[in-house]
Design a protein around this ligand. Structure first.
Ligand code: ZN
Length: 117
């Protein structure tokens, strides 16, 4: 489950930033997750719960993960049709060739987090 390592990286970044700001315990983490970012929301939630329960000096017991799902969109470079790809290399539903340029849905980033001093 590569979401464990993704979540580990994210929590490490947050932890470093929190240390700089004098934040003792993290209460809430918000992420933007694109539909075709290769990170599964359920697996991210599970990974977050595991890290939280193992690091209760760093998180509050009720710390929550909020995911904002970014819809996937692609535009065909041949016919300019905009469509919703189900993966990164997606066939244009009209031309039936992999001619889509992804416009959104690949994002995987931290939106914000909250904590207590
Ligand atoms: Zn097309």
């Amino acid at each position: 489950m590569h979401e464990m390592s993704l979540m580990g990286d994210i929590l490490q970044l947050i932890q470093e930033d929190a240390t700089d700001k004098g934040i003792q315990q993290i209460d809430k983490v918000e992420l933007i997750v694109g539909e075709i970012s290769n990170a599964m929301p359920d697996a991210l939630r599970m990974a977050f719960d595991i890290f939280r329960d193992q690091n209760l000096h760093l998180f509050t017991e009720t710390a929550e993960l909020v995911l904002h799902i970014e819809e996937a969109k692609a535009k065909c470079v041949l016919c300019e049709l905009e469509y919703r790809p189900d993966q990164k290399i997606a066939l244009c539903p009209s031309c039936l060739v992999p001619s889509g340029k992804v416009l959104s849905g690949e994002t995987f980033q931290i939106l914000s987090y909250e904590g207590r001093n």
